[in-house]
Ligand binder design. Structure first.
Ligand SMILES: [Zn+2]
Length: 243
């Protein structure tokens, strides 16, 4: 192996390490895409909003049902009242007691009718208010849904982009590995086990990882084919960076 090849191999190994850092960052980034977080939050808010609206709609439907029931009841009461009044004023009942009893019944039914009318009026007012509120909320729901869809589209686009970048990086990584000598890769794998960066690019005589100043004798050793030189301070494998 020539000196040039030796240096090229070391530099490729350093590039491999840097690529791996980028891949790691990209993987973490993929888990933390801002638009995806926005979308998830918005989706939760939207679901809560939807549930509230549903409750309001159910309440409105229940109030309308109550109104219809009261109206039917009113109709029955009015029919009965009409029959009682007809009987009362027909003159066919001569017995005073019977007449008084009938008169009482009419009064009771009139009270019932009046009470039902009041109830219906109150219900109508409450329904009208509820209906307006529900209408506003339904319109808002439509808008919120559209906003949610826009956020979803953006999150999907960002995710696809980030995955694409990661895919490219992985491709470059695989290609670069092919260019590096197996024994050197094995050494790198062993060194990597301690975690973090372990390949240091030396520039201007400084270790690229711990920044310590390296003796000038290191330079010649780094350039010697087959020689692996390590930083005495941080233990990283040194790679000539500016030659
Ligand atoms: Zn160092």
């Amino acid at each position: 192996m020539t000196m040039k090849q030796h240096v090229a191999q070391l530099q490729k190994l350093w590039q491999l390490q840097e690529l791996e850092q980028k891949i790691l960052q990209q993987e973490q980034g993929l888990q933390n895409i801002a638009s995806t977080k926005d979308y998830r939050q918005k989706k939760q808010d939207y679901q809560a909003f939807q549930e509230n609206l549903k409750k309001d709609e159910e309440e409105l439907a229940a109030a309308k049902k109550r109104q219809r029931r009261k109206e039917l009841e009113l109709q029955t009461t009015m029919e009965l009242l009409a029959r009682l009044q007809q009987k009362l004023y027909s003159g066919e009942i001569k017995n005073i007691r019977e007449l008084e009893g009938l008169e009482k019944k009419v009064q009771v039914k009139q009270k019932e009718k009046s009470k039902l009318e009041d109830d219906i009026l109150l219900l109508m007012e409450s329904i009208e208010g509820k209906e307006q509120a529900v209408l506003i909320l339904q319109k808002l729901q439509k808008e919120e849904y559209e906003k949610l869809q826009r956020l979803k589209a953006r999150a999907q686009k960002d995710t696809v982009n980030a995955r694409g970048k990661l895919h490219d990086l992985n491709g470059r990584h695989a290609a670069l590995r092919q260019e590096i000598d197996g024994a050197l890769l094995k050494k790198y794998t062993e060194m990597s086990r301690r975690g973090g960066r372990c390949i240091s690019r030396v520039q201007q005589g400084l270790c690229g990882i711990c920044n310590v100043s390296l003796p000038s004798s290191f330079r010649a050793r780094m350039l010697t084919p087959g020689q692996y030189v390590f930083c005495e301070n941080c233990g990283s494998l040194l790679v000539p960076g500016d030659c």
